[in-house]
Design a protein around this ligand. Structure first.
Ligand code: ATR
Length: 274
């Protein structure tokens, strides 16, 4: 029987996950890994996430992706958690295995892979600035530690950044800053994990923040945010949105479910050209 997958969120109409996973599955046509269908975008009521997951399990789905605002509930619902999801306090991938629900988080993996593989930036030992301490930042901070980036975190509400980094692996201490403290500092990679772009706002970054050859990475996608415009105007060598991260996190979910890694480059190219 063809295996079924879906994505759950609220709102959900914008999700590109079904298109992405359908393209991945086509790469394995005729093989067991490609014998799947992922077409449902499921709008769960705000108080109905657990019931929605239960329904999918009863209907023999093999797993699902989870997006805003249910990533924490997905963590709580998981009966077996992968370490990186535990650290991120968020789950974006559920795999149904008999009575067990495996929870994982592929967001940070997707970000690191997009930066290192697709954009070709080696971030080991590099000065990396992560802006934000909300859900999006939590999802990616530990993987940045794990690749041994020299990590600094900045957030308007500095206490939130302190709480976030205190929860991470003690072997990798990140420095925590206010925006004012960034004056005079330069970074090789600056990642915007704040929601400022949604409101067309610009975090209070000082000019001169980008080291020569620096990458400015916006985790949102779909339009040029004030951060991306600022980066272009203030000397970032490469400015990227989060589209590659979206496809890379999906590829890691696909791997968790299907046991094989799809090619991401053709999918990124195809979706960008739509
Ligand atoms: P998300 O899940 O998208 O991270 P969130 O948990 O509400 O959303 O967190 C939003 C993040 O964006 C926070 O780090 C927030 O900073 P504060 O914690 O100080 O509120 C940050 N943010 C939102 N708008 C911002 C802006 N205009 N400038 C700087 N940071 C901003």
């Amino acid at each position: 029987m063809t295996d079924k997958y879906a994505v759950i969120g609220n709102p959900i109409a914008h999700s590109k996950s079904p298109e992405i996973h359908t393209m991945f599955a086509e790469q394995f046509k005729g093989k067991p890994a490609g014998d799947m269908v992922y077409k449902d975008r499921i709008l769960a009521p705000l108080d109905g996430f657990a019931a929605t997951v239960e329904r999918l399990r009863k209907e023999s789905y093999k797993g699902c992706n989870v997006t805003v605002p249910f990533k924490f509930e997905a963590l709580q619902l998981s009966t077996r958690l992968i370490g990186r999801a535990q650290v991120a306090r968020a789950v974006n991938t559920l795999k149904f295995e008999g009575n067990a629900i495996l929870g994982d988080n592929t967001d940070g993996f997707g970000l690191v892979r997009d930066i290192t593989k697709n954009l070709g930036f080696d971030i080991v030992g590099k000065h990396v600035l992560l802006m934000g301490a909300g859900g999006a930042a939590h999802g990616v901070a530990q993987p940045l530690f794990d690749i041994n980036a020299n990590l600094a975190v900045v957030n308007r509400t500095v206490e939130k950044a302190q709480r976030m980094t205190a929860a991470f692996d003690k072997q990798h201490q990140a420095t925590v800053h206010t925006y004012e403290e960034l004056v005079g500092q330069r970074f090789d990679v600056v990642i915007n994990a704040t929601s400022s772009g949604l409101a067309d706002e610009m975090p209070a970054l000082p000019p001169g923040i980008f080291a020569p050859g620096a990458l400015a990475y916006e985790m949102m996608y779909g339009r040029e945010t004030p951060f991306m415009k600022f980066a272009s105007a203030n000397g970032a060598a490469v400015v990227s949105d989060g589209f590659g991260m979206l496809v890379e996190q999906a590829a890691e979910s696909f791997f968790i479910w299907r046991g094989v890694r799809p090619e991401t480059a053709p999918v990124i190219a195809a979706l960008r050209n739509r």
